[in-house]
Design a protein around this ligand. Structure first.
Ligand code: DX5
Ligand code: ZN
Length: 216
């Protein structure tokens, strides 16, 4: 499954870019919310998502790169997010914030930075709907993929089968033709892609090609 990230698109044409994601056959659209604290950059807030929600039936996958996300969760739920992912490093209240998301009926995701081990989130693995492994340092699109993160995907895959858990495993950052097969082989279900996706003219053909590489 693919979740193209609007961060790789032209925000002045956000509605059209979102329509291009839907036309490509992707199931999800990924929204990178940055607060200038947890990560240096600032992108957009809940209103941006709420306005685009009116124009799209895609699954809205909202990646919160913000400190203390528990203070803002209600607002993103109201904006129409379908899946909300918070960083394990961004809050003292990880269990509580995941519970808040789940109780609203939305899917709850936890993300980990490249330097954070899987063991750091082991207590929440039974309750999350997805785990997002950052394969670059969060904060910017267009960075180089960090190879060492792949073993965390495979560890999450093993823990999932050993524990009988049902979370999906996502990977985010630096993903494209070169590494998609290896990521899938190691247990990734959902590929988040910004630069690689938006630099293609025929985005549908690109996703199709990636599917063939994976099946290859
Ligand atoms: C990075 C973001 C990513 C970003 C990925 O902080 O979380 O979702 O859009 O972009 P690419 O595919 O360009 O690495
Ligand atoms: Zn992201």
């Amino acid at each position: 499954m693919f979740s193209p990230s609007l961060l790789g698109s032209d925000f002045s044409r956000a509605g059209e870019e979102l329509a291009a994601i839907a036309a490509s056959g992707a199931d999800y659209a990924h929204f990178d919310v940055m607060d200038g604290n947890f990560v240096p950059e600032i992108t957009f807030g809940a209103k941006f998502i709420e306005d685009l929600r009116q124009e799209s039936d895609l699954v809205f996958d909202v990646h919160l790169m913000i400190d203390s996300p528990e203070r803002h969760i209600e607002r993103f739920i109201k904006a129409g997010a379908d899946m909300i992912t918070v960083h394990a490093e961004s809050t003292h209240h990880l269990w509580r914030v995941l519970q808040m998301i789940k109780e609203s009926g939305k899917d709850a995701g936890v993300a980990i930075n490249p330097g954070t081990p899987v063991s750091f989130i082991e207590t929440v693995l039974p309750i999350v709907d997805s785990v997002l492994v950052m394969t670059v340092n969060p904060g910017w699109g267009g960075q180089r993929f960090i190879m060492n993160t792949v073993e965390k995907i495979s560890e999450l895959d093993s823990r999932r089968s050993d524990g009988g858990f049902s979370y999906i495993i996502g990977a985010d950052g630096g993903i494209g033709r070169k590494n998609i097969a290896e990521l899938y082989r190691n247990g990734m279900d959902l590929a988040v892609m910004g630069t690689a996706f938006f630099s293609e003219d025929d985005k549908g053909a690109f996703l199709h090609e990636l599917e063939e590489i994976v099946e290859g």
